[in-house]
Design a protein around this ligand. Structure first.
Ligand SMILES: C[S@@+](CC[C@H](N)C(=O)[O-])C[C@H]1O[C@@H](n2cnc3c(N)ncnc32)[C@H](O)[C@@H]1O
Length: 315
């Protein structure tokens, strides 16, 4: 830590991404059943299979370019890459997995180009990210001043050049805005597609800040966001209005609506049929078919992952 109080974004940059002991950079933090939180790609291959259908349609729409590039940002260990590649046999995909944390990058699958940061471009295709933006460092504003963190993990309110809220705390997601600008900037033509949980600044201002700044550790909710930096994930709901101020999205719908629009129901019905036909065999194909039905329930859950937002920008 430092001897001067840190702005919350500076604190989070160290807590999550400091090379030696940041939660992600150290390799301690990861999504998955054995990890700290379960994300849609980690539920199973169905999320990637549905995304692959959208990608195929967008590839056709762009005139079937070869290659058609998918840049996945915040790719973790590459689980989404594995399921998209497995489900996209007809599309000449060039899959670029961007992951800041080296220990996670090392686990990316073969056939994927692994990068630490977004490519320069120009990219003809799609930049996609699942639960990246909630993990980017944010600033925290209070009606009395900007929140800073002292060496003991205590809060200090200091003057800020940013306008302060009137009622309650709000995040200032400048890093997310910069990231979106760069993602749009690397596209020659195509889309940026983000999945995340989010809200608006006005709505967040009227909620307790501890309900939208959440911490996770080993599948449990973690401790206070400023306690034991490096030991837990610290996330913030995405204030979509702040990103709309960077560029107006073409579409915002729930993850459930996105997955339904791209045919999850058909894939589940297929799974159900296969399960019925093969249940007596109990082989791997039968188990995969049954698992598809369970995965869909988790991905569409209106009180869980199904309520996430899927937001698209077009270039
Ligand atoms: C919550 S995890 C999500 C992982 C994966 N997308 C999933 O859904 O399972 C967020 C990931 O984004 C990575 N990350 C954070 N900032 C990044 C950046 N600027 N560029 C690339 N990856 C980043 C973190 O290291 C972490 O692995």
């Amino acid at each position: 830590m430092s001897d001067r109080p840190l702005r919350v974004d500076e604190f989070l940059e160290r807590a999550l991404y400091a090379p030696e002991d940041g939660f992600y950079a150290s390799g301690r933090g990861r999504a998955g059943r054995r990890g700290d939180f379960l994300t849609s790609p980690e539920v199973g291959p169905l999320f990637g299979a549905v995304l692959a259908r959208a990608l195929e349609a967008w590839w056709r729409e762009l005139g079937r370019p070869d290659p058609f590039t998918v840049v996945e940002a915040g790719a973790g260990v590459g689980t989404l890459a594995r399921s998209v590649l497995a489900a996209s046999p007809g599309v000449p995909l060039r899959y670029v997995a961007v992951e800041r944390a080296a220990p996670l990058r090392e686990q990316h699958p073969e056939g994927v180009k692994s990068l630490e940061d977004l490519p320069e471009g120009p990219v003809l295709g799609v930049v996609v990210a699942n639960e990246l933006l909630d993990n980017l460092p944010f600033r925290l504003l209070d009606p009395e001043g900007e929140v800073h963190v002292d060496e003991q993990g205590g809060e200090v309110l200091l003057a800020s050049e940013l306008a302060l809220p009137r009622h309650g705390r709000v995040p200032a997601q400048e890093e997310a805005g910069r990231w979106l600008r760069r993602a749009l900037g690397c596209l020659e033509r195509g889309r940026v597609l983000l999945f995340d949980y989010g809200s608006t600044t006005a709505e967040l201002e009227h909620r307790d800040w501890r309900s939208w700044v959440r911490t996770y550790q080993g599948h449990q909710r973690g401790g206070h966001p400023f306690a034991e930096p490096g030991s837990q994930d610290v996330t913030c709901e995405v204030a979509w209005d702040q990103l709309s101020a960077v560029a107006t999205p073409a579409r915002r719908r729930t993850q459930r609506a996105f997955l339904e629009a791209w045919g999850i129901d058909g894939l589940v019905a297929e799974g159900r049929r296969d399960w019925q036909a093969r249940a007596h065999l109990g082989d791997l194909a039968a188990l995969r078919a049954r698992s598809r039905v369970r995965e869909a329930e988790a991905l569409l859950d209106p009180t869980g992952l199904g309520a996430f937002d899927a937001v698209e920008w077009e270039v």
